[in-house]
Design a protein around this ligand. Structure first.
Ligand code: 3HC
Length: 690
């Protein structure tokens, strides 16, 4: 293993280079290396100026996220930052790539900051439920003023180096190699040809205390209604920087950071970050090479096929759109052209990009036209036998290594693959949304699907910027199973006495944007690809609503009555209908609290997740969480149903499940996995691997 920090001295300049691929996260070995190199440079008589630089694609992007859950090792970053701030020798920082979080805090303490053109600067800690904890909340407002500092830290959004110069965050933007430029500048300082700055930097936080207090008050007002603790603590820390002596301000920040690291919200947000990064990298496919894909065939020129084509074109693929009906094919190609025109008009695509994309798309009305494709994606409205016949026909036209993918969520991949003669090339890929809205893509592999085929689809999904979760073909996709459990539990609660509005309110207060009933309405009204993909039995109250013409694409209404602005109001007719279901079944309504609704919802989803793990359909709890986070609006700061169950305690939820099972043993029976984990003192997170 190469050392993560290198140190060399040339003509009075020490160049300390961080080298911790892929993104130079400030892990314990990096911090130890930095501390040692800095101390050596500070004490060495031959060093007059110090340059801090980073190798590879980026300046450090922050603390190593994987370390927050472990006991701290080695010098903390705040100590290193303080050592640099107190260093009697000038320190220059040479930034490139993305300077984020703790990485940017490291740069903040340098005496002079150079950045390569295009460098992005930001404090994304808030999106992990944290705050800049190595002095950032204290130093940033002094450097760029409280308003800009709060803006950066509360939004978490990065800015370009050019804007950093305007704010006083960056001293100089350079073209070319920034480490070389920094070393050249350092040499000039050594030889007395250049001074870094005429004097100390002004303290922009204390320049006008009344204005600073006003900026802090404004930021607090802007938080009204936000429920996460990190933004509040960020503002408190900036206030502390203004009101307290420097050392006390730093101590205040350290306490706030420690509290947040320990908070359940930050743990869940970090879990979500890791789930997204691990998506599409199943450990068992490590080292499996995807098949090269340049030319993709899309079968079906209806709205779904054209949406798939647009997505693939945007990801850089060449696409042949196939439809047997030439009129449909022409319409499909026209829809693509229109979408591109609109993108040009909206300024999201340049005319040159449109021409280039148009050169990559063509149409075919015979399957022989797809012979050159490396991958064929079926996006038709055929049923399973229809798709099986189509794949059988395709097999005769395609090269032996061409991947055959169906986008139908409801199709059994093992059955489909068994119907043809190239089972290892067949796979399911279900895009919850071809556009940007929902990033979730579920990949379903059959028993015979070749690992290289799975790797090929995962690589394609990554190129589209979406998040892939892989499931083994079994009784439905992960999302179908989870959403079915969620809706069945809501259904049972409605029968027991809760109204759909009680259920929705409880789940909105849990953190969902919409409760399950309104989500069903919206899916029915908008007819989106999301919701419960085909194959799941609709709950009976929903069935009655559909039968009564109350729910569905054509009804224009659902559990709620909607006005022209799309606002939903509670509907007495729906309550009557539910009451009639209770009467028919002889159920006396009882009162159901919001707490019970939330507990049952988590228990139902986590239990279904445990079943999916037990059946081997899902490979790890992280994937189940990602399905709910990326596809169904599960609150990110709760991390998904399995993470929520871990945080609530497996024993409590298993006991709840046992209680509920007295009402409906089939639905609520705890999966075996609960007992296995509880017995061994483990949690779902322990099944996620490294
Ligand atoms: N710690 C550890 N690993 C990290 C990391 C981090 N902070 N940030 C990224 N990585 C890893 C990813 O897990 C991924 O690993 P893999 O290749 O093994 O899967 C690899 O780096 C590349 O990441 P992405 O796939 O996300 O690559 P992108 O190019 O799309 O994005 C990025 C790069 C913009 C740096 C993005 O990864 C990112 O936003 N990272 C998080 C940065 C962050 O939140 N920093 C603040 C940390 S908290 C902190 O610093 C506290 C301090 O104040 C004390």
């Amino acid at each position: 293993m190469p050392e993560p920090v290198a140190n060399r001295v040339t003509d009075g300049v020490a160049v300390i280079t961080i080298d911790n691929p892929p993104v130079n996260a400030l892990s314990a070995p990096v911090r130890a290396g930095l501390a040692a190199a800095l101390s050596e440079a500070e004490t060495s008589a031959s060093v007059r100026v110090i340059v801090l630089a980073a190798r590879g694609r980026s300046w450090p992007v922050g603390a190593d996220i994987h370390e927050f859950d472990k006991p701290p090792v080695g010098p903390p970053l705040s100590e290193i930052c303080t050592a640099i701030a107190l260093c009697p020798k000038p320190v220059l920082a040479a930034l490139h790539g993305t300077a984020l979080g703790g990485g940017l805090e490291l740069a903040l303490v340098a005496d002079y900051r150079l950045a390569a053109a295009g460098t992005r600067l930001g404090f994304p800690e808030v999106s992990l439920g944290l705050l800049p904890g190595a002095g950032g909340t204290q130093r940033l407002p002094r450097l760029i003023g409280p308003k800009a500092a709060l803006g950066m830290m509360l939004s978490g959004l990065p800015m370009l180096a050019r804007r950093g110069v305007e704010l006083g965050l960056i001293d100089e933007v350079v073209t070319g190699d920034v480490a070389v430029a920094a070393e050249e500048l350092a040499q000039k300082v050594v030889s007395g040809l250049r001074r870094l700055r005429p004097g100390p930097r002004p303290d922009r936080l204390r320049e006008d205390p009344a204005q600073s207090l006003a900026a802090i008050a404004d930021a607090r007002k802007g938080l009204l209604g936000r429920r996460l603790p990190a933004p509040v603590r960020i503002i408190d820390c900036v206030e502390a920087a203004l009101l307290l002596p420097e050392e006390e301000g730093a101590a205040y920040e350290a306490v706030a950071f420690g509290d947040l690291v320990e908070s359940s919200q930050s743990a869940a947000l970090r879990h979500a970050f890791i789930a997204e990064r691990r998506a599409g990298h199943p450990p068992e496919l490590e080292g499996v090479l995807p098949r090269p894909v340049a030319q993709v065939g899309v079968i079906g020129a209806g709205p779904e096929g054209t949406a798939a084509t647009l997505m693939l074109l945007a990801a850089g693929y060449s696409v042949i759109l196939f439809d047997r009906v030439t009129g449909t094919l022409a319409e499909g190609l026209e829809r693509i052209a229109t979408a591109h025109e609109m993108a040009v008009a909206a300024g999201t695509l340049s005319p040159e990009q449109r021409e280039e994309a148009w050169d990559r798309v063509s149409g075919a009305a015979s399957l022989a036209g797809l012979a050159a494709c490396d991958l064929v994606i079926e996006a038709t409205d055929l049923d399973e036998p229809g798709v099986a016949r189509l794949f059988a026909e395709l097999e005769r036209e395609l090269r032996p290594s061409t991947v055959l993918a169906t986008t139908h969520g409801g199709i059994d991949i093992d059955r489909l693959a068994g119907a043809g003669s190239r089972a290892d090339d067949v796979i399911g890929v279900y895009f919850h949304d071809y556009q940007a809205n929902k990033r979730l893509v579920e990949i379903v592999t059959g028993t015979a699907t070749a690992p290289a085929v799975t790797a090929t689809i995962l690589a394609l999904v990554r190129k589209t910027g979406k998040l892939a979760v892989r499931a083994r073909s079994g009784a439905g996709m992960i999302s179908q199973r989870l959403m079915r459990a969620y809706h069945l539990m809501a259904e049972a609660l409605m029968e027991a006495g809760a109204s759909p509005y009680d259920i929705d309110r409880a789940m909105v207060s849990f953190g969902f944007r919409h409760g399950p009933c309104q989500a069903l309405d919206l899916e029915g009204l908008e007819g989106s690809a999301g919701g419960v993909p085909g194959g799941s039995a609709p709950p009976t109250i929903r069935q009655r609503l559909v039968a009564a013409g109350r729910l569905g694409r054509d009804a224009g209404r659902g559990f709620y009555r909607y006005d022209e602005t799309g606002r939903g109001a509670e509907d007495p007719e729906v309550l009557e209908l539910i009451e009639s279901v209770r009467r028919d079944k002889g159920i006396a309504a009882r009162s159901v609290s919001g707490r019970e609704i939330r507990h049952r919802a988590v228990a139902a989803m986590a239990n279904e997740g445990a079943r999916l793990l037990g059946e081997g359909v899902a490979s790890c709890p992280l994937d189940i969480d990602l399905v709910m986070l990326a596809g169904f609006g599960f609150p990110r700061w709760r991390g998904g149903p399995m993470q929520t169950a871990d945080q609530a305690g497996l024993l409590r939820i298993r006991n709840d499940l046992r209680d509920y099972a007295r009402e409906d043993a089939d639905f609520w029976q705890p999966a075996d996995l609960w007992d296995d984990l509880i017995k061994n003192g483990r949690k779902f997170a322990d099944l996620n691997g490294g």
